[in-house]
Design a protein around this ligand. Structure first.
Ligand code: FAD
Length: 557
């Protein structure tokens, strides 16, 4: 549709961007060792849409006419490819189904409203004619919070907020910006940066997700240590519901009963459509540096991260990979070409030598990154303070070279999943948060559960993790797992992913720190928030949306 960018229908991101491994000499041997998979050069750059058959739109002429009257014919579509782009997010299950053309139920019509009035008008049509409305941001959901129920008999409208993409105002005194919900991350940052501001919210999916989607899923960006999760960043909002709009003004804090703001955050389209948000913005930092550190063990790396969090030294992010993820990261390094890169490679050899002389087990070492922002002198002071803390845990300071490299590659990893699928291999992620006192236990429990699950499926699997997003009481653990696809991809995935999720809640973590619930994680809701908590949510949705017209079945059924 004119002026709204979409990801490719069959995978992540842009059509002409791919993960490449030919220039990463250690990658194929790593995959062979970790997963037992022999990588082959990419055979195709795209998947033609003609390879799939799409169920026809069930929208009747009257419904289409009513929606056309709201948005205009040029902002409404029943085109098959557009309907498929809107049918689901980018979880592994959805990627598998999409590539196989197993769509079950696809939205019948996509509508692109221009403004809040049009959103309200679409909801009025939906309630009057008993349609289902699924708000659509960037389509990056990884928890199946977009995919309609396969059993939905009613007409399904995908309400794409993509035309509502403007920064409307900035209160320069308070550092509060009013922004339309459908804006994609890069477009929003460009508009804010032009005025000298930033939101500071950078999820891995930043390039293709929207502000409204972040709010609707309680997202967290990699810089949350400084800027906060989206739940901290959003101070006010407008939410269109059938029959009216809830207006929450941007207030620094308020004592007005249970928080409506918190209730809408993470509501995944079930309580209405978020059209506009008031968000805390910050001046673009004068100076930014990412420093890398190598730790001798995971235990000491975690202790260092906790020490940094406790110290109060301001960091923009602090994260550390466990030994498996460190090995993976090293395998994705490009082959040195120019003189400078050759010198870097030589420096690496020397580093290995230092670590061996210190008696480190190089299979146990863990790489960490800390980002500092501020005036140059401030950054220097904070770097020094963190160096003291990490050295106390035996770490080596690797400097800003590897840190800068990490910073450049941070939005590339989502393409890896498509590449692996082409190799008949799953690569997926699951994340949790837990108190500092339980992080090591959760980490170990997830490894054990995943390995048991791999064995039960007769697979050679791989699991790796990093810690990021620190809070006073704990932090996020982010796991990536991989294995070769067998005879029944969906059944084996359910066992392996299910084992990871179950280990989260059993060991004291949450079912998700920032990916949301959707339908993928809803089976663990009762264990996470208690059966009474689930019932309260069911009651809330039943009263707030008696006709079950708003993205039904998500979060709790
Ligand atoms: C590879 C990958 C990496 C990811 N990395 C991160 C990460 O680092 N951090 C993170 O937080 N998440 C991450 N995610 C998850 C995903 O990007 C987030 O959930 C994101 O917030 C979704 O935003 P979106 O605009 O794409 O929303 P969509 O996927 O379009 O929608 C998500 C949900 O929100 C609802 N929704 C969307 N817009 C609105 C609105 N305006 N009003 C009401 N409801 C709405 C939808 O109905 C749906 O239920 C990742 C996902 C993938 C696939």
């Amino acid at each position: 549709m004119a002026h709204v960018k979409h990801m490719k229908w069959w995978g992540w991101g842009e059509e002409d961007v791919h993960f490449e491994y030919a220039n990463k000499p250690a990658f194929a041997p790593f995959v062979k060792k970790a997963l037992g998979v022999d990588l082959r050069p990419r055979e195709r750059d795209t998947i033609p849409f003609s390879t799939v058959t799409v169920p026809g739109s069930r929208a009747g002429a009257e419904v289409l006419e009513a929606l056309r009257a709201v948005s205009g014919a040029e902002h409404m579509s029943v085109d098959d490819e557009l309907r498929v782009v809107h049918w689901a997010g980018k979880s592994v299950t959805e990627l598998l189904l999409t590539r196989a053309g197993e769509f079950a139920r696809v939205p019948d019509v996509v509508v692109y409203p221009a403004d809040e009035q049009e959103v309200a008008a679409v909801l009025a049509v939906a309630v009057e004619r008993d349609l289902v409305v699924i708000p659509f941001g960037g389509g990056t959901s990884i928890s199946r919070s977009l995919q309609p129920s396969p059993h939905e008999e009613r007409t399904i409208v995908s309400l794409d907020l993509g035309r509502m993409n403007q920064v409307l105002a900035v209160d320069e005194t308070a550092g509060l910006a009013t922004i339309q919900a459908g804006v994609l991350g890069p477009d929003m940052e460009a508009q804010l940066n032009a005025r000298g501001w930033t939101l500071g919210h950078f999820p891995d999916s930043f390039t293709h997700s929207t502000l409204g989607g972040w709010a609707a899923t309680r997202s967290s960006g990699m810089q949350s240590d400084k800027y906060g999760d989206i739940a901290d960043i959003v101070r006010g909002m407008r939410v269109v519901r059938p029959g009216g709009t809830v207006v929450l003004r941007p207030l620094p804090s308020t004592s007005t009963g249970p928080s409506l703001r918190e209730m809408f955050l993470g509501s995944e389209g079930r309580l209405g459509v978020i059209t506009e948000l008031d968000v805390q913005v910050h001046r673009v930092a004068e100076h930014r540096e990412v420093i890398a550190y190598m730790f001798p063990t995971w235990q000491r790396a975690l202790s260092a991260m906790h020490a940094i969090a406790r110290s109060g030294v301001p960091t923009t992010f602090a994260r550390v990979s466990d030994a498996h993820e460190t090995a993976f990261s090293l395998s994705t390094q490009k082959a040195p070409t120019g003189l400078k890169k050759k010198l870097t490679a030589k420096g690496q050899d020397l580093l290995w030598e230092v670590m061996r002389r210190r008696g480190w087990d190089t299979d146990a070492m863990c790489i960490g990154y800390v980002c500092f922002e501020g005036a140059k002198a401030e950054v220097e002071r904070h770097k020094k303070a963190v160096a003291g803390l990490v050295k106390h845990e035996g770490a080596l300071v690797l400097g800003s070279g590897p840190g800068a490299l990490y910073d450049q590659k941070k939005f590339d990893t989502p393409y890896l999943r498509d590449f692996l699928l082409e190799q008949n291999t799953i690569g997926d992620v699951s994340e949790t948060a837990a108190p500092w006192s339980k992080l090591a236990t959760v980490h170990q429990a997830v490894y054990e559960a995943a390995e048991r699950a791999f064995r039960s499926q007769g697979k050679q699997g791989w699991i790796m993790s990093h810690m990021s997003h620190s809070y006073h009481s704990g932090a996020c653990l982010y796991f990536t797992f991989g294995y070769g696809i067998g005879e029944d991809p969906h059944a084996e995935y359910a066992v392996i992913k299910g084992a990871v999720q179950q280990a989260f809640v059993d060991a004291g973590g949450t079912l998700s720190h920032h990916h949301g619930v959707g339908t993928e994680h809803s089976p663990w809701m009762a264990q996470d928030v208690s059966p009474e908590g689930v019932q309260l949510l069911r009651d809330l949705f039943a009263v707030a949306d008696p006709g079950a017209n708003l993205n039904p079945g998500k979060i709790v059924d």
